[in-house]
Design a protein around this ligand. Structure first.
Ligand code: FES
Ligand code: MG
Length: 571
């Protein structure tokens, strides 16, 4: 058997070998576990504070079984888990911190290959980024979505219906008792959000990149086939170590191009842009924000899931899941791209990839929407770019000129949005400043600002909204996001004043502030950066090193890889 990196721990015949083996033996491991077999790290983002990942201890057992069956030595370890719902001020602030945890935990330990157990939004990109900077054989096992929400005889979707229920509560269409009842109806099983929100988007991203077993993305968390795929992944990672099938052999430029195209077809989250860019940065694969538009925007929408459409992940799984989408896209994807199976996408879907429900998955030549991918906007308001998700927007608003109503920060928005005297109507453009990576800090999902009560009362459900923040992948609307450079570091967005005219033209990819350059120069002279709350700790590190959204919002010193060389001994 060839020598794996774990041999530099367990294969030593000296004091250090004693130390490395002896303390592991306190867990009851017999001698032959240290005979040079592949050691497989099971990197677990389990946490009761990350409800979407709370079942991952269970999934880890299935992975462990598979590793043992294939002759490997499984070792499960926890890393920082990021829950989207509880963690303040936003899980995104800590994505890069969790990636550092994953990276150093993998590199510093006797691990030859790693299984990443992921679920909630940030747990996928953070572990992928960290693992990419080590570049060992790696496979992802997603936790799977929750079962469809069921409320009063209707299917309801995670997140997506939170926004509609919140509007209903505001207008009185829903009572508070109904509101709390709906909470338990929405989240009624283990798993992550079952809309095509960011978690489902990330699960599909992983599969389209070739980083998980084919067909795994959509399996509900509680479906027994979720455990089956986990066990098979455990077996497969042992083989991958023997084949030295490292992450960098799979994550080529071609894999990233495939992922961008698939993301358009599934109506994936706008957050995909930031996370994929950050992963590519770790892998050293060139990927520009323009690539998302060039490769993705002409792709058709094939998957009819909330928030772009009407169904949910459980329906998507029964309809054929991602293999069916990949098969439909065979002519536009690089089907020869290598995956963790050791085979290409083309080989993976030979016996799968059928559509079983054309109301959920549309054929490529009869799509739901002709051009669905994320559009990248530029103009004086976003010199380095901004994004909009056309499939979740209102077609009539995609070309719009309106008067700016400015909120200086999120507190200002909350304080004034429902003020009956606020000078706003549905033709206005809502502008929210100071919610970018540095400004918040951490770039929260507040870009889909709820509309003013008096406008909702008229039955209006969408308005053009612009910010340097993100929006939840479960949200919808004509929302311009990720404006770079952000307002808090002096971007033009920070100079917008009430009454300015703003022009959005998605077809032309333009976002323009119609204020003369001389006036902007004067405003810039008067501009002062907002006070930041970052005296010490990780937040201080973050605001001083975070890159802008168009670069993936990674910390500048984390871009790239340090490889998997074994560090010095510990004693
Ligand atoms: Fe965890 Fe949506 S809150 S996936
Ligand atoms: Mg989210």
């Amino acid at each position: 058997m060839s020598k794996f990196r774990s041999t530099d721990w367990f294969g030593k015949r000296d004091k250090m070998g004693f130390i490395y083996r002896s303390w592991m033996k306190n867990q009851g491991m017999p001698e032959d576990m240290f005979d040079g077999r592949p050691v497989i790290g099971i990197c677990n983002t389990w946490s009761e504070l990350t409800p979407c990942n709370a079942h991952l201890r269970d999934i880890a057992e299935s992975v462990r079984r598979g590793v043992l069956e294939a002759g490997g030595f499984p070792v499960e370890f926890p890393i920082m888990s990021l829950g989207e719902t509880l963690l303040k001020p936003t899980a995104m602030l800590f994505r890069n911190l969790a990636s550092m945890d994953a990276e150093e935990s993998i590199r510093g330990n006797p691990i030859d290959g790693v299984v990443l157990l992921t679920g909630c939004d940030k747990t996928t990109p953070s572990t992928m980024m960290g693992a990419a900077s080590v570049d060992l054989p790696t496979i992802v096992v997603q936790g799977g979505p929750m079962l469809n929400g069921k409320y009063k005889g209707h299917d309801i979707g995670s997140g997506t219906n939170v926004w509609t229920f919140t509007d209903d509560l505001k207008t009185g269409a829903m009572s508070y008792a109904e509101f709390t009842e709906a909470e338990s109806c929405m989240s009624r099983s283990p798993g992550h959000c079952m809309t095509m929100g960011t978690a489902s988007t990330m699960a599909c991203m992983v599969e389209s990149l070739g980083m998980s077993l084919s067909g795994s993305a959509a399996i509900p968390a509680v479906d027994s086939r979720r455990k089956r795929i986990a066990q098979l992944s455990g077996r497969r990672i042992v083989e991958m170590v023997k084949e030295d099938l490292k992450m960098s052999k799979i994550l080529t430029r071609s894999a990233f191009e495939n992922a961008i195209k698939v993301n358009a077809a599934i109506g994936g989250s706008s957050n995909f842009v930031i996370h994929l860019t950050a992963i590519a940065g770790r892998m050293g694969v060139p990927l520009d924000i323009e690539d998302f538009d060039k490769l993705g925007s002409k792709m058709p929408l094939l998957v009819n899931l909330m928030p772009s459409g009407k169904f949910l992940m459980e329906d998507f799984y029964y309809a054929g899941g991602l293999p069916a989408v990949i098969k439909q896209m065979s002519d536009v994807l690089d089907m020869e791209a290598l995956t963790v199976t050791g085979k290409s996408h083309k080989e993976n879907i030979v016996d799968t990839g059928n559509i079983y429900n054309e109301a959920v998955i549309y054929p490529f030549n009869k799509p739901l929407i002709e051009e669905a991918g994320i559009a990248v906007l530029k103009g004086n308001l976003a010199l380095d770019g901004a994004v909009i998700k056309p499939s979740a927007a209102t077609p009539e608003l995609m070309q719009h000129r309106g008067r700016a109503v400015v909120f200086e920060n999120i507190e200002d928005y909350h304080a004034r949005v429902d003020d009956p005297d606020l000078d706003i109507d549905e033709t206005c453009v809502m502008v929210l400043k100071c919610v970018g990576p540095v400004g918040y800090p951490g770039m929260p999902e507040v870009g889909n600002m709820t509309l003013p009560k008096k406008i909702l009362a008229k039955g209006v459900t969408d308005m053009v909204r612009i910010s340097d923040g993100r929006m939840s992948g479960t949200a919808f609307g004509t929302v311009v996001l990720h404006v770079s450079p952000e307002s808090a570091i002096g971007g033009t967005l920070g100079l917008v004043e009430n009454g300015d005219m703003i022009r959005l033209d998605v077809a032309k990819r333009v976002i323009e502030l119609e204020v003369p350059e001389e006036e902007l120069i004067m405003r810039r002279g008067r501009w002062a950066p907002p006070p930041l709350t970052s005296e010490r700790g990780y937040v201080n590190l973050y605001v001083n090193h975070v890159q802008q959204a168009d670069k993936g919002a990674d910390l500048d010193f984390l871009v790239g890889s340090s490889g998997s060389d074994v560090p010095r001994d510990s004693h």
